[in-house]
Design a protein. Structure first.
Length: 280
């Protein structure tokens, strides 16, 4: 490479840059306006479940940045810009296309406006166009038009009961004796479930319009992997939920500190497993 870096090291550098940009956007675009109450959510975001994949040779840091940018622009009623950022997110990660129904639903529910139907459809179409580019590139490279779906089918993805999948993932956390970091994925999924329920409850109590977009995002990116029949690496897909820290506004400080402590412990356990090559 022209930079002198191997492809693996270059991928890690790119992830590090986007991980920093994502946290910077999270702070400058959202949390800075919360004052002191925004510091704890920012720290939780830095250690959010799946954190190790934000810094490895994976596209999750890029996805997180573009997803946050899409949410930021949508929150400012710049729906075409949100769609373009969503298209970039769909280009980087396999479930990025979920931003299409998120933006579509959020725009339709965001209050009366004469152009909301057109804007909702336009934003969703742009996100799906980004996903279509992925399909076209894979078709061009391997000569199989449905290469993406063939690959996903090889993992055994199919619709399943999300409650059963969730229980199967967290069950080791309730089955002592524990082996130490080995139960890291189970405790991470348990933490994420508790986090989503708690932050959605806060949003429901506030009943503010701006929470609708974030709540829709949280439900889409949490429930979809659970509905895939247990053949998705939940501990990796949970990294896409980092933007849900934006639902933590008004969380009691003690609860936020407890969540931060739990996130740090889980991040440490998952990093140990990752660097021991026990996670992919």
């Amino acid at each position: 490479m022209a930079t002198g870096l191997s492809p693996r090291r270059a991928a890690v550098v790119v992830s590090a840059v986007f991980a920093f940009l994502g946290l910077a956007l999270l702070w400058r675009g959202f949390l800075a306006s919360w004052g002191r109450d925004g510091v704890l959510p920012l720290m939780i975001a830095a250690f959010f479940p799946g954190q190790v994949y934000q810094h490895g040779a994976f596209p999750l840091a890029q996805f997180t940045f573009f997803a946050l940018l899409s949410l930021y622009l949508a929150g400012r009623d710049c729906w075409w810009g949100a769609g373009l950022a969503g298209a970039a997110a769909a280009l980087t990660y396999s479930t990025g296309w979920l931003l299409a129904p998120v933006l579509f639903t959020a725009r339709l529910l965001s209050g009366p406006a004469p152009r909301r139907g057109r804007q909702a459809a336009g934003a969703a179409a742009l996100v799906l166009a980004g996903f279509a580019v992925v399909l076209a590139l894979q078709w061009w490279k391997v000569g199989v038009w449905n290469a993406f779906f063939v690959l996903q089918g090889a993992y055994g993805h199919r619709l399943g009961n999300p409650l059963l999948v969730l229980w199967g993932a967290v069950r080791p956390a309730f089955a002592p004796p524990w082996r130490g970091v080995g139960e890291g994925p189970a405790f991470q999924t348990l933490f994420v479930a508790a986090w989503i329920v708690a932050t959605l409850a806060l949003a429901l109590r506030r009943r503010e319009r701006r929470d609708g977009l974030m709540a829709t995002y949280a439900l889409a990116f949490w429930l979809f992997p659970l509905c895939m029949g247990g053949h998705v690496s939940l501990y990796r897909s949970e990294a896409t939920l980092l933007p849900t820290t934006l639902l933590a506004r008004d969380m009691p400080r003690a609860a936020a500190c407890l969540a931060l402590g739990a996130a740090v412990v889980v991040a440490w356990a998952m990093a140990v497993l990752y660097f021991r090559l026990l996670l992919v």
